[in-house]
Design a protein. Structure first.
Ligand SMILES: NC(=O)c1ccc[n+]([C@@H]2O[C@H](COP(=O)([O-])OP(=O)(O)OC[C@H]3O[C@@H](n4cnc5c(N)ncnc54)[C@H](OP(=O)(O)O)[C@@H]3O)[C@@H](O)[C@H]2O)c1
Length: 270
């Protein structure tokens, strides 16, 4: 049953599986109409039909390869032209568990195109549109892996794309301050999804159960974080003071990085 008719439309990228599919489900349950974006049309159509029948919302399918400029443009156009769009969930992304030396050049380019370029371009389209209207929400999915090199796991390109998502989203939160637009950063830890197959397939050692969250718990925690107004939503992070300490230390470091004088340890004697 549709709960509300005026929440508008949420565009969810990467809605054909995993976290994005659950986002679509939970947003539809709240009464959002949806635009489901991914490459696998058959899956999107079946998810759209299911959401429409269970929640009486409208669920459109937008098939797009977001590693290609044309695919990004098709979603951007929808954001700009559809005045009902009130939320963008930038969720599509993937990883490969390889050292940089092992990562094929085309995978490097493709992953950066999807995880960085598409997310950035779609964030811009949404912020421009939402700011004109003075309302709207952008949700960017980063990763806990974007904070530091993960011991024993080679994900240099993936982790670095997620570090980018972290900093970009922090900038965007400043950019929209006072406009009525909300930009949220989601930082999942390890979550059960097909993404792990995409990242490495069957040869991967399974992670310990104790550190892997279900997709349902992850997205339900994110929905709660959205409701609570958290700018940074980290479903697995029990101790929020760690994030606060990180923010504080990075702000102090930023202020300390700029001086005309070389640091004394370099021995330039000025
Ligand atoms: N699972 C985790 O442990 C974890 C942890 C931290 C962050 N995350 C992040 O969470 C997000 C969702 O990941 P997931 O774990 O749910 O993985 P997933 O189940 O593999 O889902 C990835 C989604 O992205 C879509 N996608 C991939 N390439 C695309 C492209 N070129 N164009 C358009 N859509 C594309 C896929 O659909 P099609 O294949 O149909 O295009 C799929 O719907 C990602 O940004 C990921 O980095 C995941």
């Amino acid at each position: 049953m549709k709960l509300s008719g005026n929440l508008g439309t949420a565009i969810v990228t990467g809605a054909s599986s995993g976290i994005g599919k659950l986002f679509a489900d939970r947003l539809a349950a709240r009464g959002y109409d949806l635009v489901l974006v991914a490459r696998r049309e058959d899956r999107l159509r079946s998810i759209a039909a299911d959401l429409q029948s269970r929640f009486s919302v409208r669920a459109d399918v937008l098939v797009a390869d977001l590693s290609e400029p044309a695919g990004v443009a098709s979603v951007s156009d929808r954001i700009s032209s559809d005045s009902s769009v009130s939320m963008l969930v930038n969720n599509a992304g993937y990883s490969t568990i390889k050292t940089l030396a092992q990562t094929p050049d085309e995978v490097i380019a493709n992953m950066i195109a999807l995880n960085i370029t598409a997310l950035t371009t779609l964030s811009k389209a949404a912020i421009v549109r939402f700011t004109e209207r003075g309302a709207g929400t952008v949700v960017n999915v980063g990763s806990g892996a974007g904070f530091a090199p993960f011991p024993g796991i080679g994900i240099p390109v993936y982790a670095s794309t997620k570090a980018y998502v972290f900093l970009l989203t922090k900038y965007l939160q400043n950019e929209v301050d006072g406009t009525g637009v909300s930009v949220r950063l989601v930082l999942p830890g390890a979550v059960v999804s097909e993404g792990w197959e995409v990242a490495g397939g069957a040869e991967l050692e399974p992670l310990p159960d104790a550190i892997v969250m279900t997709t349902e718990d992850c997205v339900d925690a994110v929905m709660s974080g959205l409701d609570q107004g958290e700018p940074v939503i980290a479903p697995s992070l029990a101790d929020l003071t760690l994030l606060e300490a990180y923010d504080s230390a990075s702000g102090t470091l930023l202020q300390s990085m700029f001086s005309a004088q070389p640091a004394t340890r370099y021995g330039l004697g000025k």
